[in-house]
Design a protein around this ligand. Sequence first.
Ligand SMILES: *Cc1c(COP(=O)(O)O)cnc(C)c1O
Length: 400
Amino acid sequence: MSSVTRATFDEVMVPNYNPAGIVPVRGQGSRLWDQQNREYIDFAAGIAVTGLGHAHPKLIAALTEQAGKLWHLSNVMTNEPALRLAQRLVSLTFADKVFFCNSGAEANEAAFKLARRYGNTRFGPHKNTIISFHNAFHGRTLFTVSVGGQAKYTQGFEPLPGGIRHLPYNDLAALKAAMNDTVCAVVMEPVLGEGGVLPATLEFARGVRALCDEHQALLIYDEVQTGNGRSGSLYAYEQFGVTPDILTTAKGLGGGFPIGAMLTTHALAEVLAFGTHGSTYGGNPLACAVADAVLEEVARPETLRNVAERSAQLAAGLRVLGERYGLFGEARGLGLLLGAPVADAWKGRAKDIVNAALAEGLWLLVAGPDVLRFAPALNIGAADVAEGLARLERACARLR
Ligand SMILES: *Cc1c(COP(=O)(O)O)cnc(C)c1O
């Protein structure tokens, strides 16, 4: 068998990514090892996905047990893991009904299609505008990049779908001015994730809900990144005291196994009547068995308590490093989704800090060119957080 390395990527993979120089081969908890057996602390969790760390015994058991039973049936027949997972999601959230798919983009695609059908069938074809926010990220299909608020992801892919408006985030006056009876939905991330780890203000979150009610527009929460415990509650909407009409989730839901879900109410579920939408793999037994085990573990009070404690530890450690080395400012965010904006002298160079950290054995993320993003596993231990901070300090010292 021929060996593969990072150089193989450039030979045989489409260049839409530029992965790091190392190739990890195994993981355990919040540690990773590369081909040279070098060890890394994981503050990225596969971009807020592996919420229970790597090789969690309960997830391995759920996957291997299901693997020996049944892999796939299609949507012509339902299956026990999908039914159990749907029951669990319904019992843990505002939702009455669940649609399964395979990714965050697909969950949002389903939500936006539901919103359009809701406008069309309940009010008429004029009610078709979807309002979203600058710097929002909702996935990479053509509809979801178009609803997302980052021009770099739509450039060159025109013509784009119409009926979409973008407004400044956390600006209630702008939304109030834009709302009218052609709006079928407003979609928001409770914390702008890719757009810089910026939380919604309470006033904004509540104001958006009120404006949607006033104009009979649906409120869609994209909790693909904030969901499944990452924000410190099972879903971030709980912390705002705002209930969306539709919630989308993916990333952490499968703990590293691909799955997405759209959650909604009885009344809205009726809009997606038989035959109106679908997915070959949506509700796949392997994915649903793993996600059910993930949710059982994540919803435990101990897990959510650890998120709060490690979040405080990480934020305090970052504050010390920020003051000592001057590379970045105070971290913001919710739970274990934290973002530290780089100092003016480092504008546009967050990636340089990430690369220096990787050289010291720490995997971090950026959220755009100016923000360092921290999204470790929800069950990361205090010792791993401390060791990660020590490695980040070495990287900061070297950059200075
Ligand atoms: C990652 C992300 C998506 C897209 O999810 P995919 O699984 O990559 O399709 C959508 N919305 C938000 C908020 C995300 O962070």
